[in-house]
Design a protein around this ligand. Structure first.
Ligand code: GRF
Length: 215
């Protein structure tokens, strides 16, 4: 069974979706540790409630992002983590983490990348006036939300929406997409295919890696 390290900064509803999927046996993985840069993060509380080791590593105690990441990597190794999931982790990660877990760090972003990377993807999409929005799960590389895309989920933007309503509709899809992708990884379906002179492509064997659209 794959062992996950989940990194959170906030409420941790995506972490909860993973915990719930594990409890429901739709996700065949174990969360070995939850780490947050914010000691008061709701995600740490959710982990404790589920009897998962919860660790706070305060980024302000480190003089560089690399040093902070080294402390996080030490915790991940201590808990024998195979894959790292960034679930609302509001820090830019460095090569220290990425080199320790090459193509084994995944992120959930609340927009259809490559549109609207960075903070508040939902708000950016709403402000732009797009008609479809959604979320993306991707492998993390050195850029901000630029890594190879594994799967996406799509929602409509309605005339009656405000930013909050759209955010909620996207969040619901995040809670479905993230556990599904981690399960595909656990089943060994996900492979990064390098391509000469192009971005690597992610192959997801045997499933359609899109939610919210008829296929
Ligand atoms: C989610 O929208 C996630 O995509 C974004 O931050 C939010 C975190 O929510 N990166 P939660 O902490 O999982 O509830």
């Amino acid at each position: 069974m794959i062992r996950l390290g989940v990194l959170v900064s906030g409420g941790g509803s995506n972490l909860q979706a993973l915990l719930d999927a594990i409890a429901a046996r739709t996700l065949d993985a174990e969360i070995a540790v939850v780490i947050s840069n914010v000691a008061t993060a709701g995600g740490l509380e959710r982990a404790r409630k589920a009897n998962v080791p919860a660790v706070a590593v305060d980024h302000k105690a480190f003089s560089s992002r690399q040093d902070f990441d080294a402390a996080v990597v030490a915790k991940l190794r201590e808990h024998k983590v195979d894959y790292v999931v960034l679930a609302g982790f509001m820090r830019i990660v460095t090569n220290v983490l990425l080199d320790a877990f090459p193509m084994r760090v995944v992120n959930i972003h609340p927009a259809l990348l490559p549109s609207f990377p960075g903070v508040n993807g939902q708000g950016q999409a709403f402000a732009y006036g797009v008609r479809v929005a959604g979320c993306t799960v991707h492998f993390v590389d050195g850029g901000t939300d630029t890594g190879p895309i594994i799967a996406q989920a799509v929602v409509p933007v309605l005339d009656t929406d405000d930013e909050h309503a759209l955010q909620q509709r996207i969040l619901e899809k995040e809670h479905a997409l993230l556990p599904a992708v981690v399960q595909w990884i656990a089943e060994g379906r996900v492979r990064v295919v390098p391509r000469e002179g192009q971005r690597p492509r992610v192959e997801v064997r045997g499933v359609v890696p899109v939610l919210g659209l008829p296929c």
